[in-house]
Design a protein around this ligand. Structure first.
Ligand code: HEM
Ligand code: HEM
Length: 214
């Protein structure tokens, strides 16, 4: 039996996140897809000849990801709440999802800030910031640099694990539950021509419901 994906795709998953939130989410994903492998390769044994270039890429990319996350959090704080998750997501899973998202934001902020502080406190340059004329914002503190280096590495692997949980949960909703949750963040936001409206006819928004923007 085939599943009617147009009906099953988004029974009540709401309009999901706004365009800016989606752009920032996927820009962060692309940034991480560059800096995570670069960070692991540059500290490993196999890429010694490219190590310097990978450091430049990782530090510059890390600063950009940090800025994206800060912009995302500011944007989220100023946006109306996103539509609630569909009823296919049980209360415990909602709490789990909220906790995972908060942990992702926290880890991303920590990674960016610890990477920055570890580098500057260790007396190393951040080439991207040098190019745009941003001076070091911290004095050299070798002891702090060593501590942050350990924490940055540890939290980096924790981030990889939490991202795997997040992607696993999204994949489950895409291919097992098939309730339209991935479409809340998957581009594009607007339904393609020919696909049904996200709210079914006769299911207008309630008086208290606001347009999703976060
Ligand atoms: C969200 C942002 C970031 C992520 C996810 C990230 C991730 C990582 C990972 C996975 C490693 C390898 C750890 C290891 O194999 O031991 C690493 C190492 C490193 N990262 Fe980042 N990083 C981020 C931001 C930054 C920033 C902004 C800087 C500096 C401007 C930076 C500087 C470094 C340095 C210098 C290392 C080498 C390890 C050390 O000596 O501390 N990172 N990073
Ligand atoms: C690679 C690193 C990733 C990070 C750091 C990340 C981070 C996040 C965060 C923080 C949120 C919460 C958004 C908010 O409510 O403010 C979120 C939501 C979401 N992400 Fe990711 N994500 C990543 C990868 C992915 C991937 C690869 C997919 C798809 C396969 C995905 C699909 C989604 C979906 C569908 C939502 C919306 C869930 C909802 O509406 O409740 N994410 N992501």
């Amino acid at each position: 039996m085939t599943t009617d994906r147009t009906e099953a795709a988004r029974p009540d998953a709401g309009r999901g996140h706004g365009t800016a939130a989606r752009v920032l989410h996927w820009a962060t994903v692309v940034g991480l897809a560059v800096i995570l492998p670069a960070g692991i390769a540059m500290t490993g044994e196999g890429f010694r000849s490219a190590s310097s270039a990978l450091y430049v890429l990782h530090k510059g990319g890390g600063v950009i990801v940090l800025l994206l996350v800060v912009v995302r959090l500011i944007w989220k704080a100023g946006s109306p709440p996103v539509d609630p998750l569909p009823e296919t997501v049980a209360p415990l899973e909602r709490r789990w999802a909220a906790g995972t998202h908060a942990l992702l934001y926290g880890l991303l902020l920590f990674m960016g800030l610890s990477g920055y502080a570890r580098t500057v406190a260790g007396g190393f340059p951040i080439e991207l910031l040098d190019v745009v004329g941003v001076p070091p914002l911290l004095p050299e503190m070798p002891g702090l640099a060593v501590t942050l280096s350990v924490l940055h590495s540890f939290a980096g692997y924790l981030l990889v694990a939490v991202v795997a949980l997040h992607v696993g949960a999204v994949a489950r909703h895409a291919w097992v539950v098939r309730d339209g949750v991935p479409g809340r963040m998957w581009p594009p936001r607007a339904p393609r021509s020919g696909s049904p409206p996200v709210s079914r006819p006769g299911e207008g928004r309630g008086p208290g419901e606001r347009e999703a923007g976060s």
